[in-house]
Design a protein around this ligand. Structure first.
Ligand SMILES: Nc1ncnc2c1ncn2[C@@H]1O[C@H](COP(=O)(O)OP(=O)(O)OP(=O)(O)O)[C@@H](O)[C@H]1O
Length: 224
């Protein structure tokens, strides 16, 4: 099968003033369609950096990123933004829910950016909320929801847009382990039922027991 996502000799060196931090050192990774992959590894090993580069949120220092047979690492900012909007779903801490919008409006947000008419986007958003058991909370704002419920709305937002791939950076961070496990089970079900490819990072060893494939990073490299 052709990988849906692939990185080749991926290198990222962050520069702050004159200090250089190598975050990724020549990573090679292939993600096949429908895979459910966890990125594991200690803090600072490069998990978030890898997710950012795979999602076209940042550019590598060297190496290649391929999405669906397209090499995207040299794309312009505008082209990357377009690509993200139409092809990828993100569940990242930094892209959390918009506080003034309801769960429904948050879940419909990506579709609004795509210019879908209100009725169509609300229907899709509501269906995604329902899938995650959040239909009854559709009209609440984030501050009226628990942390776990907010994470589920963030997943619903990614899901409503029906992307092929969802990238999630510690989707269960800040959740107690029971809620975290329940969320991962949800993602797993969506993965199986809808064939969505998931790549997510986690620190939680209990979550790692639930996935097919674990990619371990150590000091910016894939551990043997
Ligand atoms: N924007 C940045 N500027 C400078 N250095 C950075 C930046 N982002 C990450 N780094 C550094 O790059 C390395 C890898 O960081 P990264 O966030 O990818 O690790 P991580 O495995 O996701 O860690 P954690 O599990 O703690 O989130 C670390 O040394 C980090 O300090």
């Amino acid at each position: 099968m052709k990988p849906v996502l692939q990185v080749k000799e991926l290198t990222k060196i962050y520069k702050v003033d004159t200090v250089e931090t190598p975050a990724l050192r020549g990573v090679n990774l292939e993600i096949q369609p429908g895979e459910f992959t966890a990125l594991a590894g200690p803090s600072g090993s490069g998990k978030s950096t890898l997710l950012h580069l795979m999602g076209g949120l940042d550019r590598p220092t060297a190496g290649e990123v391929w999405l669906d047979g397209m090499r995207i690492d040299g794309f312009s900012k505008a082209r990357l933004a377009h690509l993200r909007l139409w092809n990828l779903g993100f569940v990242f801490q930094a892209y959390n829910l918009i506080p003034v919008l309801t769960a429904l409006e948050n879940a419909a947000f990506v579709l609004e950016l795509r210019g879908e008419p209100r009725e169509a986007r609300e229907e899709k958003a509501l269906r995604a909320l329902e899938t995650l058991g959040m239909k009854d909370f559709a009209h609440r704002r984030p501050n009226q929801l628990s942390g776990g419920q907010q994470q589920r709305v963030a997943v619903a937002r990614a899901l409503a847009a029906q992307p092929k791939i969802i990238l999630a950076d510690e989707p269960t961070a800040n959740l107690d382990s029971k809620t975290g496990l329940a969320l991962i089970e949800h993602l797993r079900t969506l993965n199986r039922a809808q064939g969505i490819t998931f790549v997510f990072s986690t620190h939680d060893p209990r979550l790692l027991e639930r996935v097919d494939r674990i990619v371990r990073l150590e000091d910016g490299q894939i551990a043997a």
